[in-house]
Design a binder for this molecule. Structure first.
Ligand code: HEC
Length: 148
């Protein structure tokens, strides 16, 4: 085998044998699913920060990452059914006590991502929309996510 294909087969083997989540003990599908969706949003957020705040040269990717956050949120599905506050989760019980406010925070963050996508191409508008989106994420985390 050539070194390159050896490396590739090693990678493929470790993908198959490595647990897919780092919190390998949690098996509640709702908790695992929503954490996966939020990780996707977090990844887009990290790349947006690199482009908009640290100078990474990828101006055309701003709309991709904003759309990616919208897409991730629209695939949340039924990730917060009653009772899924128990386990390896940072979801606070307030979510189920005030589901209307929780859902509104979700809509606000989605709208903020949409505003960022729609401001693509104008750097100062993008920066303003990015900050608003970060605030919308934080607004939900402050009330509904446990501190570490
Ligand atoms: C409607 C409320 C809400 C909004 C809006 C929200 N989050 Fe969260 N987020 C949560 C909750 C609740 C958790 C904890 C989920 C759990 O542990 O079960 C979480 C967890 C996370 C995590 C940790 C995932 C993990 O387990 O590794 C990241 C990263 C994250 N959110 C990023 C974001 C980003 C970025 C945004 C905005 C683009 C955002 N969130 C918007 C409620 C929200």
């Amino acid at each position: 085998m050539k070194p390159r294909s050896l490396l590739l087969s090693f990678c493929a083997a470790s993908i198959l044998t490595t647990p897919i989540t780092t919190q390998a003990d949690e098996t509640n599908p709702n908790i695992v699913h929503r954490q996966g969706i939020y990780k996707i949003a977090g990844g887009h957020m990290t790349s947006l920060k690199s482009i908009l705040a640290l100078g990474f040269e990828a101006p055309a990717d701003v709309s991709f990452h904003a759309q990616g956050i919208m897409d991730a949120f629209s695939h949340m599905g039924n990730s917060f059914p009653p009772g899924s506050d128990k386990g390896q989760t940072r979801a606070r019980k307030e979510i189920w006590e005030d589901m209307d406010t929780f859902k509104q925070r979700g809509k606000d963050a989605y709208a903020a991502a949409q505003a960022l996508r729609d401001s693509a191409g104008d750097r100062s508008a993008e920066l303003g929309a990015f900050k608003k989106m970060a605030k919308a994420c934080k607004a939900c985390h402050d009330d509904f996510r446990k501190k570490k």
